[in-house]
Design a protein around this ligand. Structure first.
Ligand SMILES: Cc1cc2nc3c(=O)[nH]c(=O)nc-3n(C[C@H](O)[C@H](O)[C@H](O)COP(=O)(O)OP(=O)(O)OC[C@H]3O[C@@H](n4cnc5c(N)ncnc54)[C@H](O)[C@@H]3O)c2cc1C
Length: 301
């Protein structure tokens, strides 16, 4: 079966990918967006700190964004998972899990990252609801509440320092012996931040709303909200397979035009940056869309 040809394929059709698709659709480029509907904030009931969409439902922002993009007749959208991609003479061939194949001159990865949940019962159910990743996104809604911070080391100090703007009642949970430096511990304690170094066995929660933390020594802590600093991995391993260099922090390496280290491949959004907010992902997608159009224009001029 012959593969269909596009000028650009965007893998990932969430905030960054749709934003790039808008710029490219408006530039009359023939593009295909491939998405498997698994944005990292899917479980969060509300999104905040995104101008004109503050306190909105993430899926609503995305479905309105998709409507904007689909107004442009050169844009196609495919629900599905890209499982592989290969270089070919015209650019790249993208292969879907279904076995479908598509050719493209340029490739954009707007594939985001996956948060890695430690094996703590109840944590996954609370993620984005009462266990939060960022106070700028959700801090106002839980301000002044007693708040647990699940983190350790310098990350713990950084989060607690910033969180003091939202609440004075902070308890740091290091889930075992802390790796905090003595001077950092003293600094935290001088701001009345209790440090609990006990191992956590699980969370009590109802519909994602945390009520208690259980420790392995059978003690417990009542708490209505928690911030967690989690590890992450790239949501999609195709960029690495195609030879794109990664940074030491696990992001796809890009330049200011969102170009990766492989010619013809771009990346934008959470997969390239620790600044995890919708507005930054949208901005990155716009830049990528404009830069890809610029490169295609210069190649055919
Ligand atoms: C729990 C939580 C709550 C958040 N709340 C807020 C908030 O209130 N306000 C705010 O500004 N920010 C918030 N954020 C951050 C925000 O969600 C991210 O910055 C934003 O989603 C990044 O957009 P993105 O397009 O880069 O990646 P994502 O939104 O993660 O989208 C990546 C897309 O790529 C798709 N994909 C990946 N691999 C493939 C593949 N191989 N084939 C097909 N599709 C693929 C995924 O299905 C997904 O749709 C939150 C984050 C989390 C984790």
């Amino acid at each position: 079966m012959e593969s269909k040809n596009y000028e650009v394929i965007i893998i990932g059709g969430s905030f960054a990918g749709l934003s790039a698709a808008l710029a490219l659709g408006r530039a009359k480029r023939n593009i295909l967006v491939i998405d498997n509907n698994n944005s990292c904030n899917k479980q969060a009931p509300k999104a905040h700190n995104f101008l004109t969409w503050d306190n909105s439902q993430p899926h609503e922002v995305l479905s309105e964004g998709k409507k904007d993009v689909m107004n442009y007749p050169t844009v196609e959208f495919k629900n599905g998972t890209a499982s592989d991609a290969k270089k070919n003479s015209g650019g790249f061939e993208v292969i879907l899990e279904t076995g479908e194949r598509f050719n493209t001159k340029k490739l954009l990865f707007a594939t985001g990252v996956s948060d890695l949940m430690p094996e703590i019962k109840g944590l996954q159910s609370c993620w984005g609801i009462s266990v939060l990743h960022c106070p700028y996104c959700h801090g106002y809604e839980v301000k002044e509440k007693k708040t647990a911070v699940f983190a350790d080391g310098i990350n713990a100090l950084d989060i607690c320092m910033v969180l003091k703007q939202w609440t004075n009642e902070i308890v740091l949970l290091t889930n075992g012996k802390s790796i905090l430096k003595k001077r950092h511990e003293e600094r935290l304690r001088s701001h009345d931040i209790e440090i609990i170094e006990k191992e956590i066995s699980g969370l009590e929660q109802k519909e994602g709303n945390i009520t208690k933390v259980f420790f392995k020594d059978n003690s417990q802590l009542e708490i209505p909200v928690m911030y967690a600093k989690l590890e992450f991995k790239q949501h999609c391993d195709i960029p690495e397979k195609l030879g794109c260099k990664m940074t030491k922090h696990g992001f796809i390496k890009i330049d200011e035009s969102k170009k990766t280290t492989v010619h013809g491949i771009y990346a934008a959004g959470d997969n390239t940056s620790k600044g995890r907010t919708i507005s930054l992902a949208v901005a990155a997608g716009t830049v990528a869309g404009m830069m890809i159009n610029g490169e295609l224009s210069s190649e055919s001029f």
